[in-house]
Each structure stands twice: as structure tokens, then as C-alpha cells.
Design a binder for this molecule. Structure first.
Ligand SMILES: Cc1cc2nc3c(=O)[nH]c(=O)nc-3n(C[C@H](O)[C@H](O)[C@H](O)COP(=O)(O)OP(=O)(O)OC[C@H]3O[C@@H](n4cnc5c(N)ncnc54)[C@H](O)[C@@H]3O)c2cc1C
Length: 397
């Protein structure tokens, strides 16, 4: 029987493309399939609304994948301070107090994806298949048969589903998913402020929901403001001046008032958690495994930790060995890491929806800010540097 690849990855978003690079480095023959090839990007274009906070551990994974060095410096917004406020209290983290140069970087998703694909082009053992989707698959004793929507068929030892939050492969495998509709959307746009944001990731729990200002490389901030769906619809329909007035009512930031805003977009917020990450020779990774509320900026970071963890557990696997034991390890490892983060984020979001919850959170932040071991543990975890993180991520320290 002809086996085309050791590993086929369905979904070439940032998580899938990074996994492809890291797995190929261990000598695995990898195919990455996506319905769309990333577009060529213009460094002089305005910033895309889809930006993410990338932690140092995730940057190390992107670096090992060859993607990080390709990002133009003028698209990278580093931050060395993080300030979180709730009614009557705040907590401030500084990178230098934790032996770090940065706590993270704000980067556009399309740039990350394009750089990850560029890094894969021409790599030995990697085949990039796009545009083409995975239509169906069936598991055999020692391989997976994959049907593409262009009528072609592939055989691989493993199939990785990195096909995003509404993963069709996850559904086809019959993996159940816990879902939680927040009835909220994240309102996203970029704003200029009276003073430039020179490297602070700032967040405030407002009466309408968490509001974050994240530094872009040009001194503006990207805002992510999670609010009830109806209010997001109202705010996106306002003209710029009326929107700025609403925003400035809730903004008490170190950068002063917002003075201009780009077009606003609303992203529906749903928490999903697959009940298992492995089914036979199918492995879930990235948003296909779980997706979380954006308030802690962890979604893609979790996906990149999945990619690094999968590469780590499969480093010595030869395609001929039965992968069951190795994949059980991946399942347990990433289920526990992902669930802890997702559960914590969910609890904070729910708790701070009401005024008394926000007031208590404020007190909690002030107290926690004085407990050094707690702060250190939080920073290590959020930055992907704790003992549970893949070795590759921990090398960032
Ligand atoms: C408002 C907002 C703010 C956020 N902020 C942060 C943040 O600060 N930090 C952070 O870490 N995360 C953040 N996130 C989460 C982050 O954006 C996602 O976790 C991440 O982009 C998911 O990447 P992925 O590669 O897993 O999936 P996706 O980016 O969804 O990629 C899936 C890919 O699969 C392809 N595909 C789908 N079906 C098929 C098929 N059948 N065959 C082949 N290909 C297929 C698609 O074309 C796509 O390219 C945020 C999310 C939102 C909404």
C-alpha cells in the first residue's frame, strides 16, 4: 500500500502551518492542505483588524518554524508592561521584574500565516496543497485515507485537524464538543490616542465587558471590547465621532482619549472544548481542539503550544510504529493545559459581568499584585514558560 505522507495537516492557519514546520524538522514527511493559500501582503498597507497577542513561548515556536524572522519589524508591536484594572483595583506586570525582555507582541494574524507559509516553501519533505480542502476521511488499521474536494485521495499515517473552531474533521470523527454561547461579540478596531501607546497591554473590566488596548507598532492601539451582541451591533453602526464618545466614557487609559478609530468589526464569542483531542489516527490542534474567550489573549497561544507539544511527542516516532501510546500522551497533556486556561478565562469573564464581581476582582487584583509567587506563576503560565509548556516554548527564557 502506497503511503503518501507520514502526517497530513488539514488547515493551514497559523497553528496548522507552524505544526507542519515543526513536524518536518523531525524528518516526518508532511502535507499541509488548505482551501485558501495565504495572500501576498503589502508592508505599506494598514493593519488588519485581526491581531493577536503572542507570548514569548509562542514566539519561540514561530521562530523555530522559521516564521518569526520573516515578520517585518514595523508590523510587530512589543509590550513589556501589562496593566489590568477592575473597579477599585489593578495589577501591573513588568517584563523586567520577571527576567524577560518582553511580555509579548501584538501581531496581525494574516502576517503570521503568510510568514509561516513562506517558511514552509521549498522545505524538504513538506508538500503545500492549496487551494484544496479535506472532504472526508476514513481510518484503516495502519493509515488514514483522505479524500480531497478536488477528487484526489491521499494516504497518511496520521491526520491532524487544524481546521479551525467549527472543525468539520472533528465533527466527522464524532468527537463531542462542549459549547458555551456568551451572547457577546468582541468589537475590534484600531484607535489613535492622545499619547502613543509605547508598549503597554492595557485592559479594563467595564460595565459592558472587558476592554483591551493592545499596542500596534505605529503607536496606535488595537481595541478588543467584548460586549453583549446587541450593543456591538449598535456601536458598529455609529459614526466615528459617536463611537469615540462611547469609547471614551469607558476609557481611563495611560494614553488619554481615543481621537480616531478605524472601521469596527464584531466577532461572535463562543467557547468550545472538544471532549478528547485524539480519535484513532486523527489529532485535533489549535481552535479545532478548543476556542476561548479573547479576554486573556490565549487562543492562538494555546494552538501554538499544541503544535510544539505534538512535534515534541512525535520527535522519535517512525511512521511505522503504532502511534496510540504517543497520542494518548498528547491528548492528556493538551487537554489539561488547555482546559485550565480556558476554564480560568471563562470564570473571570462570568464573574466580572456584574458590578459586585468587578469590585471583588479589583480587590483581588490588588492583593494578588503583592503576592510575588502568584505573580511569577501567572506570568510563567501566560508566557508559555511554565513546567507544563513544551520544551521549545520554555527555551524562550
Ligand atoms: C477578537 C479576537 C481576539 C483574539 N485575540 C487573541 C490573542 O490576543 N491571542 C491569541 O493567542 N489568540 C487570540 N484570538 C484567537 C485566535 O485568533 C485563534 O485562536 C487563532 O487564529 C486560530 O488559529 P487556527 O490556526 O487554530 O485556526 P484558523 O485560523 O481558523 O485556521 C483554520 C484553517 O483551516 C482551513 N480549513 C477549514 N476547513 C478546512 C478543510 N476541510 N480542509 C482544509 N482546510 C480547511 C481554513 O481555510 C483556515 O485557513 C482572538 C480571537 C478573536 C476572535
Amino acid at each position: 500500500m502506497r503511503i503518501d505522507h507520514d502526517i497530513v495537516i488539514a488547515g493551514g492557519g497559523v497553528a496548522g502551518a507552524t505544526a507542519a514546520a515543526l513536524l518536518a524538522q523531525s524528518g516526518h514527511r508532511v502535507a499541509l492542505i488548505d482551501r485558501q493559500r495565504p495572500k501576498d501582503l503589502d508592508p505599506s498597507s494598514d493593519f488588519d483588524p485581526r491581531v493577536v497577542a503572542i507570548a514569548p513561548g509562542s514566539a519561540a515556536a514561530l521562530d523555530a518554524a522559521g516564521a518569526w524572522e520573516r515578520l517585518p519589524a514595523e508590523r510587530l508591536g512589543p509590550y513589556d508592561r501589562m496593566q489590568v484594572h477592575a473597579d477599585g483595583g489593578e495589577i501591573v506586570f513588568r517584563a523586567s521584574e520577571h527576567g524577560l525582555a518582553q511580555l509579548g507582541w501584538i501581531v496581525e494574524v494574516p502576517w503570521l500565516q503568510a510568514c509561516a507559509w513562506q517558511a514552509l516553501a521549498g522545505v524538504d519533505g513538506v508538500e503545500l496543497i492549496a487551494p484544496a480542502g479535506v472532504k472526508d476521511f476514513s481510518q484503516r488499521e495502519d493509515h488514514v485515507r483522505i479524500e480531497r474536494d478536488d477528487g484526489k485521495t491521499l494516504r497518511a499515517r496520521l491526520l491532524v485537524a487544524a481546521d479551525g473552531a467549527r472543525s468539520r474533521l472533528r465533527q466527522m470523527a464524532g468527537i463531542e464538543t462542549e459549547m458555551w454561547h456568551y451572547n457577546q461579540q468582541a468589537l475590534v478596531c484600531h484607535v489613535a490616542t492622545e499619547r502613543p501607546n509605547d508598549g503597554i497591554a492595557w485592559q479594563r473590566f467595564t460595565e459592558h465587558g472587558p476592554l483591551a488596548l493592545l499596542p500596534l507598532a505605529d503607536g496606535r492601539s488595537s481595541i478588543v471590547w467584548s460586549q453583549p451582541e446587541r450593543r456591538v451591533a449598535e456601536l458598529t453602526a455609529l459614526d466615528e465621532a459617536a463611537f469615540l464618545a462611547e469609547l471614551n466614557c469607558c476609557l481611563d487609559s495611560p494614553f488619554g482619549e481615543a481621537t480616531s478609530a478605524t472601521r469596527r468589526y464584531g466577532f461572535p464569542l463562543i467557547r468550545r472544548q472538544a471532549k478528547r483531542l485524539v480519535s484513532g489516527r486523527l489529532v485535533l490542534l489549535g481552535d479545532a481542539a478548543r476556542n476561548v474567550h479573547p479576554l486573556a489573549g490565549q487562543g492562538l497561544n494555546l494552538g501554538l503550544m499544541d503544535a510544539a507539544a505534538l512535534a515534541e511527542v512525535l520527535a522519535d516516532w517512525t511512521g511505522d510504529d503504532d502511534p496510540a501510546r504517543i497520542l494518548r500522551h498528547y491528548d492528556r497533556w493538551r487537554m489539561s493545559g488547555g482546559s485550565l486556561v480556558a476554564g480560568g478565562i471563562h470564570a473571570i469573564n462570568e464573574f466580572t459581568r456584574a458590578g459586585p464581581g468587578r469590585a471583588l476582582a479589583g480587590v483581588g487584583f490588588s492583593v494578588a499584585g503583592r503576592l510575588w509567587p502568584l505573580r511569577e506563576a501567572f506570568v510563567e503560565h501566560a508566557c508559555g514558560l511554565d513546567r507544563d509548556s513544551p520544551k521549545l516554548a520554555r527555551s524562550a527564557r
